[in-house]
Write a protein that binds this ligand. Structure first.
Ligand code: ADP
Ligand code: MG
Length: 343
C-alpha cells in the first residue's frame, strides 16, 4: 500500500478548481462577482484570444489592504462570512473563499489593489508548489485589477476541453451580459482583442435600463416585452416578459435573477412555462428577464459551487406566485390588443 501524504497547496487548489473553473467564462464570472461584492461601480474587462491567452478585470471597488493580500489568495479565506448564521442570510455573490486560490492555481495570475483610504497599491501573486505569496509595491488607483494569463497552462487535461476562441468568447460574453443585466447601476466595458464590444454606462431609470436591455438582448425583445412589477407575501417580481408572439424556438432568451443572482432553476422554469402554456405552441419558448426579490434567509444559495442553483424554503409559494402573476399579465394583454399568438 502507498503511504498517505498531504497534497501540496497548489495541487489541492487545482483539484478544487475543477469544480468552479471550467473555462475562461468561469474565471470572468468569479472575478466580476468579487468586484460587485466590493461595491465597484465600474468594471472593465479586457480579453485576448477568447480569454485563454489573457483576461484582465479592473474595478473601482473597495480594494484589499496589503496585510490581507496573501490571505485573499488562499483557500477558505473570505471577508464575506464568518459564521453559519452569516451563511444562512448571505447577500454577497461570493462566500466560499475559493475563487482566487483556484484560479491562480491553474493560470499565471496576479492581483493589484489599492484599498480605499490607503496611500499605496500592492501586487500579489502565488508562486510554486506551495503557492507562497509574494507582495510587491505597485501603482494603481483605488480598486483592484486582476490579470489571468495562460489559463490551464499547467493542467493539460483541462486545457483539452477548451473550444475555439470564438466559442470561449461567446460563453464569456454571456457571463458579462448576465451580470450587466443584474446590476443596471454599474458600468460595464468589454473588449476582445483590443476591440470594444460594449461600453454600458451605469443607469438609474427605466428608460435607460431598457436601452441597456436593447443593447444586450436586441431591440426586438424590448419592443415585444411587457413590464411586470408585483409584490405579495414578502415576494417581489419585476422585469420584462416577452409577448407570446415573440416566442423562440430555443430557450435562449430567458434570464431569471433571485436576489440579483442569475439562476437556472427547475421550479422557476416550470412556473413560467405553465404561465405561458395556453398561449404558446408546443416547442416554442417564452422570453423573459425577471427579477425575484425575497428574504435571503428563505433561499439557500449554497447548493453548488457555481451557485447557479438555489433552493427555496417555500417552493410552493414561490411557484404559485410566479405562475399566477405572469399568467395574469399575459392574460390581461390578450383581449384588447389582439396580440394573441398567430404562428
Ligand atoms: P469569496 O468571494 O468567496 O470571498 P474569493 O477567493 O473570490 O472568495 O475572494 C477572496 C477574498 O478576496 C474576498 O472575500 C474579498 O475579501 C477579496 N477580494 C477578491 N476580489 C476582490 C476585489 N475585486 N475587490 C476587493 N476585494 C476582493
Ligand atoms: Mg469570490
Amino acid at each position: 500500500m502507498a503511504r498517505i501524504n498531504l497534497l501540496s497547496p497548489r495541487l489541492a487548489n487545482q483539484i478544487a478548481a475543477g469544480e468552479v473553473v471550467e473555462r475562461p467564462a468561469s474565471v470572468v464570472k468569479e472575478l466580476l462577482e468579487n468586484s460587485l461584492d466590493a461595491e465597484a461601480t465600474q468594471l472593465d474587462v479586457d480579453i485576448e484570444q477568447g480569454g485563454v491567452r489573457r483576461m484582465k478585470i479592473r474595478d473601482n471597488g473597495r480594494g484589499i489592504v496589503k496585510d490581507d493580500l496573501s490571505l485573499a489568495m488562499s483557500r477558505h479565506a473570505t471577508s464575506k462570512i464568518s459564521t453559519l448564521d452569516d451563511l444562512e442570510a448571505v447577500q454577497t455573490l461570493g462566500f466560499r473563499g475559493e475563487a482566487l486560490a483556484s484560479i491562480s492555481s491553474v493560470s499565471r495570475m496576479h492581483l493589484t489593489s489599492k484599498a480605499y483610504g490607503e496611500d499605496e497599491a500592492w501586487r500579489v501573486e502565488a508562486e510554486g508548489k506551495d503557492m507562497t505569496t509574494a507582495v510587491r509595491p505597485a501603482s494603481h488607483p483605488d480598486g483592484t485589477t486582476i490579470e489571468v494569463r495562460d489559463l490551464f497552462f499547467n493542467t493539460p487535461a483541462r486545457r483539452k476541453f477548451l473550444r475555439t476562441e470564438k466559442t470561449e468568447f461567446n460563453h464569456l460574453e454571456e457571463v458579462v451580459k448576465r451580470l450587466a443585466l443584474s446590476r443596471y447601476d454599474v458600468g460595464f466595458r468589454l473588449s476582445h482583442n483590443g476591440k470594444q464590444v460594449y461600453d454600458l454606462r451605469p443607469v438609474t431609470d427605466q428608460l435607460h435600463a431598457e436601452h441597456r436591455l436593447g443593447t444586450l438582448l436586441g431591440k426586438k425583445f424590448i419592443e415585444n416585452a411587457l413590464t411586470i412589477d408585483v409584490e405579495a407575501a414578502g415576494l417581489r417580481l419585476w422585469g420584462w416578459i416577452g409577448l407570446p408572439t415573440f416566442s423562440r424556438s430555443q430557450a435562449d432568451l430567458q434570464y431569471f435573477f433571485v436576489n440579483g443572482r442569475v439562476v437556472r432553476d427547475k421550479l422557476v422554469a416550470h412556473a413560467v412555462r405553465q404561465a405561458y402554456r395556453d398561449v404558446l405552441y408546443n416547442g416554442r419558448h417564452p422570453t423573459f428577464v425577471l427579477y425575484l426579490e425575497l428574504d435571503p434567509a428563505t433561499v439557500d444559495v449554497n447548493v453548488h459551487p457555481t451557485k447557479h442553483e438555489v433552493r427555496f424554503r417555500d417552493g410552493r409559494l414561490v411557484h404559485d406566485f410566479l405562475f399566477s402573476r405572469i399568467h395574469k399579465v399575459i392574460a390581461d394583454v390578450r383581449p384588447e390588443s389582439g396580440e394573441a399568438p398567430t404562428q
